[in-house]
Write a protein that binds this ligand. Structure first.
Ligand code: KG4
Ligand code: ZN
Length: 342
């Protein structure tokens, strides 16, 4: 089965052609990131306009690269939530138009489930119906879920405040680093001492043991920046101090994530873990997940680096496993929950 995947939930206009839910034939990703950089975050209006400008050219490039004719495509998949309403609508409108023009079914895909599915793509066959724990860590979401295969899931915990990627972005800003902050923190942390500071992640008195909170740690970094900088801007801090803060922050977040994931696996007696989302591109997090899963004999599904941040391949891949609905009923669901389907 050949699926065209369209992803426009945030700042990436991403299209991909995937065969049999696993093999990526071609992948096109363009981000409007540069246009947002001066604002320090994604501006929804700019993102939507960029999708409109890019999407048809990207489709042409994709079909040419894969040497695929539209007649060969079996279905069209599109992210319908969660994400920015205006951005989602551009992808959905494109998918519906192509569906009508080419006479193909259209499948709505949950962006968070697609991030997890990215861990199941590639050459190694991975069972899709087993019990698994799933962790999604992206710029907008942090969710820990228990899955009965890829079609049934239950939310165990989520963030009470900032998503993990958002915390990386905000801390990078505090440290005078660029946007998006995740890759900047990772790069800066390489020369730093992860034990230089001990940043404690807040413990919640109520709610789920699996809920997360990252805003306290961000404030703790802010206090350190003020302490070191004598009230001056972060740019005035010595490079060594910035590297130590970046490394210590990264280490605290990574340990918080791996700790909760391990608890979920052990308490639920689940020996499979899949992870996804932009933050999974973080090398320290990947390394710790691999170490921990090896120690506890947990099978780990982790997306290749190129499939961690937003892409159309994960959308096309998951859509191969879903049943197409009525395309005209499909609409943008900006706050779609991780367990929801179209
Ligand atoms: O999944 P994604 O591309 O978009 C959303 O669905 O939100 O995730 C983007 C997030 C950003 O917050 C970015 O800072 C973070 O992923 N990120 C990273 C790394 N690469 C991207 N965070 C930590 N380390 C990285 N290497
Ligand atoms: Zn995403």
């Amino acid at each position: 089965m050949l699926v065209l995947g369209i992803e426009t939930s945030c700042d990436e206009t991403a299209l991909s052609l995937v065969a049999d839910g696993r093999h990526v034939l071609a992948n096109e990703v363009t981000s409007s990131l540069k246009e947002h950089q001066r604002y320090g975050g994604v501006v929804p209006e700019i993102a939507s306009r960029a999708h409109v400008n890019l999407i048809t050219y990207q489709l042409e490039a994709l079909l040419e690269k894969a040497r695929v004719h539209p007649a060969q495509i079996d279905r069209i998949a599109v992210t319908f939530g969660p994400g920015l309403a205006g951005s989602l609508l551009i992808g959905i409108a494109a998918a519906k138009a192509l569906g009508l023009a080419w006479g193909k079914p259209v499948v709505g895909v949950n962006h968070l489930q697609a991030h997890l599915y990215a861990a199941l793509m590639g050459d190694t066959p991975w069972p899709l119906e087993e019990r698994m724990v799933g962790l999604v860590v992206s710029g907008g979401h942090t969710a820990l879920i228990e899955m009965e295969g890829i079609h049934r899931m239950r939310l165990l915990g989520q963030t009470r405040d900032d998503a993990v990627g958002e915390a990386f972005d905000k801390v990078a800003k505090l440290l005078g680093l660029g946007f998006p902050g995740g890759p900047e923190i990772e790069r800066t942390a390489v020369g730093g001492n992860p034990k230089a500071h001990r940043f404690l992640v807040a413990r919640m008195k109520d709610g789920s043991d699996y809920d997360f909170s990252f805003s306290g740690i961000k404030t703790a970094v802010l206090h350190k920046v003020r302490e070191f900088g004598n009230g001056q801007a972060a740019q005035a801090l010595p490079a060594e101090a910035v590297a130590d803060l970046a490394a210590s922050f990264q280490e605290s977040v990574v340990e918080e994530l791996v700790g909760k994931v391990l608890n979920a696996c052990r308490r639920g007696r689940i020996q499979r873990l899949i992870v996804g989302g932009g933050v999974i591109a973080n090398r320290r997090l990947r390394e710790r997940l691999k170490e921990l899963c090896a120690d506890f004999r947990i099978a780990l599904g982790i997306p290749s680096l190129g499939l961690c941040t937003d892409n159309g391949a994960m959308v096309a891949g998951l859509a191969a496993q879903l049943i197409p609905g009525e395309p005209l009923d499909l609409t943008a669901r900006p706050n779609l929950a991780v367990e929801s389907f179209a």
